[in-house]
Design a binder for this molecule. Sequence first.
Ligand code: ADP
Length: 367
Amino acid sequence: MKGMSIRVIMALLFVGTLTLSFAFVLLSAVLVRNTFVRFLPADAVPQVMAGLQTLLMYQAIGILAMSVILALIAFWILGSIVVVPLRTIIEAMSAFAENGTRLPLPDLKMAPLEISTLANVFAGFMDKVETVHQKDTEISRVKSDFISTAAHQLRTPLTGIRWALEALEREPLNESQQALIKSAVDKSHDLVAIVGTLLDISSIESGKYNYQFVSVDLVALATEVTNDFVPLATQRQVALITDPLETPIPPVRADRDRIKWILNNLIENAIRYTPAGGSIHVSLGIAASQIQVRVSDTGIGIPKTERGNIFERFYRAGNAIAKENQGNGLGLYIARTIAKDHGGDLDFKENEGGTGTTFILSFPMAT
Ligand code: ADP
């Protein structure tokens, strides 16, 4: 019965019942004949047999007609009060699961108890999910507002500290003082960069980021970014390779600085999360009518249980924290948001053989 529609099951039951009824009629006819034929005078047998046959035929027609009428009524009732409402509920469930769309539930006036209970339970479930979702959106908004306000407040004093430290760096200082100031200047640069990232997040999230869309040569941009990272890759003893083009890549309409920012992030991550002796390949191609930039590494990979989370704000996988304690878990979140704002996407897959990860940044082909 598994996987069969209720209507098919009903049709099978109907055919089965009909066959049994015919078998029963036939059996009773044979029994009647065998029982009575012995008591009849020989010349009456053909007449009685003919009568029996006619009776049998009328009985069969009667059973068939009654069964068909009953089956049609059963199908109609089953269709209107069971199958149709069930289908409507299934469609509503799929739409809600796929994109949160709330389709109307069926009219349950005539529905059997189990179906109306199912529909009511599902309606309650949708209400609960929507309430949780609304709370979640509200919490996200409050968090974003807080981040944006805090980042704005921090930017001015931080910039002041950085300038002061840079001015101090130019003063005549002894060696240990110079080392201390240099470390403070470096950290202040990191802090300013973090504040910049937080501000980017709030402006991108609130849709206020002002993208400057121009025609961008992705091949040239990817080569430029890759070349910038050669010193870091060499220092980390990781090979950084730009693969030859598989096919000519047309320009895309994009914000060059933002795309450069994404590529910086992907290549820097690949270097940071790949142990010495590993390699990184940057390649461009066209697949499924999309232009793709792929950054593939032989690094630590992303644990299966954490794959659903790494595009979330502030999320860092356990193995990444163990390898690199520096990191804020914001890069991929911002990168994917920017990619989507370009009509594209950012995703990743585990490499074949399970060693390392490939990040894929995709853009729609210009129409
Ligand atoms: P960060 O690198 O600062 O932690 P990201 O947002 O750039 O933040 O990345 C989020 C998480 O995704 C990382 O902490 C890490 O767990 C995982 N990740 C990103 N890139 C890679 C990679 N190339 N290999 C393995 N894990 C990665």
